[in-house]
Design a protein around this ligand. Sequence first.
Ligand code: NAD
Ligand code: UD1
Length: 310
Amino acid sequence: MAHYLVTGGCGFIGSHLADRLIGDGHRVTILDDMSTGRLENKPLLAKLVVGDVADPDAVHQAIQGVDGVFHLAAVASVQRSRELWAETHRTNLSGTVTVFEAARSARNGTPVPVVYASSAAVYGDNTATPLREDAATRPLSAYGVDKLGCELHANVAWAIHGVPTTGFRFFNVYGPRQDPSSPYSGVISIFARRVAQGEDVTIFGDGEQVRDFVFVGDVVRFLVKAMERRPQGAEVFNLCTGRPTSLLMLLEVLQELCASRVRRLHQPARAGDIRVSIGDPARLRATFGEGCRFGLLQGLSATLTGEMPR
Ligand code: NAD
Ligand code: UD1
């Protein structure tokens, strides 16, 4: 049994991870400021420290004695990073540096490994398809720049301070518990709820933008595998399926599953929005011996019912 710190553990991805770790018999401490996280997401057996990941005192308090850190706390909305540039930068980049710094001496003065969330947003307007990890990074948003900054600081964490890290460039993650209630939420959570209720959906742009949608159950499996494998150096992997889905295709599948037709309202494309985002999962597969297991149909069905598939 190990003891892990999960930052952002009351959020969408972090809470599924915390469930899995507790289910595997580990001890879990969560550090979350509850800005988008929810108390009902917290596993009963997890300890919650309410605090800011960019506050060194809060991080030091939460990290003491852990065997490893899963760092997921961030403002996950690209749109939000446009509106609240400096504020999201503080959480998304300074917060990560604060976690890396605290990880230097978390266990009896020695470093512990950190598995953290980067993002496909680091590729920005690079039009290569599929995107490999060695493709040029050209982020378009403050969010993407900060995630790239996390990866660069991870190099420092290892080379200068001996903190081993594994970063995952998550593509578009979806699944049960993703909050549909704000315009900043992931598109699948918003569309799933609206189609199920027979309400109009808003499409920013023509709807032909393409994403690589990854089910949260796959994300959790790779996060855990990365910690079990022990991070080595400062590695970065795409976490993706390699399969393209346009927003219009997504809407079609959701309408089929819900046996419902809804109206599409179009608004101008969002500034800094990426047109095509498809990852190459080859490095992920080669290193971890498998790729993503869940297909879009299975993942969307689970999202609609709210039940996690086994
Ligand atoms: P989420 O908003 O559900 O979870 C983020 C959690 O971090 C929330 O519980 C929130 O309260 C917490 N948090 C935010 N600011 C904080 C702060 N200053 N201090 C402490 N806690 C704070 O989002 P998510 O989709 O679960 O995202 C998890 C991670 O994955 C984030 O790092 C995000 O950038 C990254 N990511 C998500 C996606 C996706 O498609 N959902 C894709 C790429 C990367
Ligand atoms: C998402 C993640 C981000 C992650 C990135 C990695 C969220 C909120 N954001 O960003 O954390 O780093 O993937 O690839 O999960 N759209 C509509 N109508 C809507 C909502 C969205 O048309 O009601 C469009 C957007 O303009 C965009 C696409 O759907 O073109 C996807 O948007 P969104 O789910 O917000 O994700 P990304 O911006 O791709």
